[in-house]
Design a protein around this ligand. Structure first.
Ligand code: PHE
Length: 375
């Protein structure tokens, strides 16, 4: 008997059971799912840096509803499967009031039904595949979607007189598959011809067979709808094969690694994005300065979107006066004209944002702003 009296409380203390109480009254717990490691690590690292900056700012200003924000971040290692697992853990163990993330559409598609079923609002900073927010009324995004982004790049190609385009798709990523579909739809409906369509899977390293087939068709440009890590290798191998035409792509190219790995092969290529850190507006430049001071590098679009997603969530918590799921959901849904770093953000009835895109190019080893396209 004596032993049992001693062992049970000791065991409870060791397991930390006392801290598993439903809520810690002094904080509001927010979960973040981010690819801090793995194939698209810069997406998670940048979005986390931006998100953390917004959390630090609000906490320094006294928090919200008299409480500090506690950001609980889980690394999904850029793995399909893992995003859902960590989202469940954040909801059931950490009792988060909302989820921020993911960047990659495929991983957001995994989290969305979990958040919806639990009644926990989720805001993706950057997933552009239309299906993400179709998971239900608790799932939001603060970025534009791929039917717009695909159209932007198709119009851009046509405006340059590039009428014969080859396409390379990452068939393992919902994002890439969707973006290819929307690009193709607009391009072929407006006088363009797709002369070759090739695909690969994330983490592939050799694209020579696909590029050889593409070269045979002599396209004016190549639309590469995947993520930066493979695209940089594709560019290098294309140049090795003597393909000199520009590569075109979407926001998935946005990473410092694109030029680090792709080097000269990326010169003269173009991609659409959510934000340019060269924008001269004072609000953007003060964000760029603060971010650079903290992280020693200029923010990419993911950093700005991570920052905006957290700020929008905090604004909604304030307006709701509560973190109760339904009240918070309603407040996020009512977001209107929010002055974000990535533009003015209003959420429509499908829980998406209508925002302009920028087109960037690579010049002398730097990513350079060229133009802004309104929705
Ligand atoms: N739009 C991409 C996706 O849906 C993610 C992304 C957004 C990547 C912004 C970089 C910058 O998967």
């Amino acid at each position: 008997m004596k032993i049992r009296h001693f062992v049970l409380p000791a065991l409870a203390a060791v397991l930390g059971l006392a801290s598993c109480k439903k809520s810690d009254d002094s904080t509001i717990n927010i979960g973040e799912v981010a690819s801090l490691t793995g194939g698209t690590a810069t997406f998670g690292q940048s979005s986390h840096n931006g998100t953390q900056m917004a959390v630090d700012e609000i906490n320094a200003a006294g928090g919200i509803l008299g409480k500090q924000i506690k950001l609980i971040t889980e690394d999904d290692q850029s793995k399909q499967g893992e995003a859902g697992t960590v989202a469940k853990k954040l909801i059931s163990r950490s009792k988060v009031s909302a989820l921020l993330g993911e960047v990659a559409s495929g991983r957001s598609l995994e989290m969305a039904p979990i958040a919806q079923a639990a009644g926990v609002p989720m805001i993706s900073p950057a997933s552009t595949n239309p299906k993400v927010t179709e998971a239900g009324d608790h799932v939001f995004r603060i970025c534009f979607i791929d039917p717009f982004q695909g159209t932007v790049m198709s119009k851009f190609a046509l405006s340059k007189g590039w009428k014969k385009v080859a396409i390379l798709t990452d068939s393992k990523q919902d994002y890439s598959v969707g973006l290819t579909e929307f690009f193709k739809k607009h391009f072929t409906a407006n006088g363009g011809t797709i002369m070759a369509e090739q695909s690969y899977g994330s983490a592939d390293k050799d694209f020579k067979a696909q590029l050889t087939a593409i070269k045979a068709g002599a396209p004016d440009a190549i639309f590469a709808s995947g993520y930066y890590n493979e695209v940089a290798l594709i560019a290098v191998q294309a140049r090795e094969l003597g393909i000199t035409v520009p590569l075109l792509g979407g926001d998935g190219w946005d990473s410092p690694s694109l030029v680090e790995v792709g080097g000269k092969a990326m010169e003269g290529c173009f991609f659409s994005n959510h934000f340019s850190n060269q924008d001269t507006s004072p609000a953007i430049q003060s964000f760029v300065k603060a971010y650079e001071a903290k992280h020693g590098a200029k923010p990419d679009a993911m950093a700005a979107l991570g920052y905006d997603s957290a700020k929008i969530l905090f604004d909604a918590i304030k307006r709701a006066g509560s973190v109760e799921g339904k009240a918070l959901r309603d407040a996020i849904a009512a977001t209107k004209d929010f002055p974000g770093i990535t533009g003015s953000i209003t959420l429509d009835e499908k829980r998406n944002a209508n925002k302009p895109a920028v087109i960037l190019t690579i010049k002398d080893g730097k990513v350079v702003y060229t133009e802004t396209i309104a929705p």
